[in-house]
Design a protein around this ligand. Sequence first.
Ligand code: PNW
Length: 481
Amino acid sequence: GYVYEEDLLYDHFPGDFKWGCATAAYQIEGAWDEDGKGVSIWDNFVRIPGNIIDGTTGDVACDSYHKYKEDVQLMANMGLKSYRFSIAWTRILPNGIGERNQAGIDYYKNLIAELKANNIEPAVTLYHWDLPQALEDMGGWLNDSVADWFEEYARVCFEEFGDEVKLWITLNEPHETTIQGYGTGTMAPGKHGLGTLVYIASTNLIRAHAYAYRAYHADFANQNGQVGITLNVGWAEPMDPTNETHIEAAETNIQFNLGWFAHAIYKNGKYPDVMRQKIDEKSYLQGLPESRLPQFTEEDSLIIEGAHDFLGINFYSSNLVYPEISDIEDISYYADQDLAAPQSEDWYGSGSSWLKVTPFGIRRILNWAAKEYGDVDIYITENGFSDRQGNIDDLQRIYYYKHYLNQMLKAIVLDGVSVKGYYAWSLMDNMEWAMGYTEKFGMHAVNMSSPDRERTPKESSKWYGRLIAENGYVESVSPCF
Ligand code: PNW
């Protein structure tokens, strides 16, 4: 197993560092059919028995639609500088395109005003997985027109909120939208095409991001904001760091995860070479008439290349990678990589099967991204720890943040990576998608059995508030850390 680097660097973050917490509309808002909101793919997905492990829904969730003022006070108490939340597409455009819903627009205007009144900057995600059902009925992310639909929605948001919002995230984790939504079927809309549909959806997700980015810089540049995308990636550590084939497999794994979406946008308008080569060759050997990995048109390629003002990374955990040739009959995104990516038995666990505590990974992925994509501004748009009990005294969560954030500090101060901000996932316990309310990531507990959904600060929220106040690690206060 990998030995943790537990030694702390006592130093400060840059003076204008953006400290925040993150949430997503479906996971916290509730009010699923109030005030003219349209139906999203998640509103339907949760109603199919077996999809959500505890049989719950986000119909009410944390009721943030009604309790947003209280939520902003929780943030103010921690001294947050910024809040990352997502807009529910169906509140703005109930049918995905066409008619606007004023009550939905007003909700976000009020939330933004409340944040500003407390000196908290909004950082807005346009799409955190809740596609309008009306658009899914027309093929959703598999229909090439979705890039135009998304551009229309993005333009409405820029127009309505752009005077106040200066940090825009187009898509949250397109990797999960496509893998879980169109591959394994574990998330809405629950389609199964792990070696086929996933690459069609990924192509349209990348196009949609780029169309929204170009629309902003063509027609809303006077708003002076920045537009980027949020991508999730685990650090891939070679199982044997002295073995060249293990190093190569780990590199391949990062290209299939982060590079799948980042390469075209941050490098050259194309999918990573290793994906092109492997998927083209396997498609041929599988007797298919064409590669399962689409090509971007030349026109789209030009639109996509360079469509970014920053890179958002969601980072949680790591894997150990070694090469393993897969069966050619296996038509799957995982088989396409020809590798195995287990997690070490020695790594401390969490409330989520996939989340092992690996602080070293955040420093390594930040350095990897800076080297691969040049000196791009990076935001960690999510990072956090789950448990099952939801204990208020959450020392494990504090341990996680303390060591991950110190590794991020090392990436900034010792390695010179341009990290501009950090958003903890999450402000409060919430609807954890297919895991319902069983996995808790919050710095605040929410009483889900009470109609008032009372919030209670956990110890981690206090620890985070102290870190923000110090803007770094100070040896003299380390006992209370
Ligand atoms: C993110 N993985 O998803 C999402 O953006 C959040 O909405 C979610 O609540 C949070 O992480 C916690 O799960 C992820 O398998 C889904 O590595 C899967 C993975 C990572 C993040």
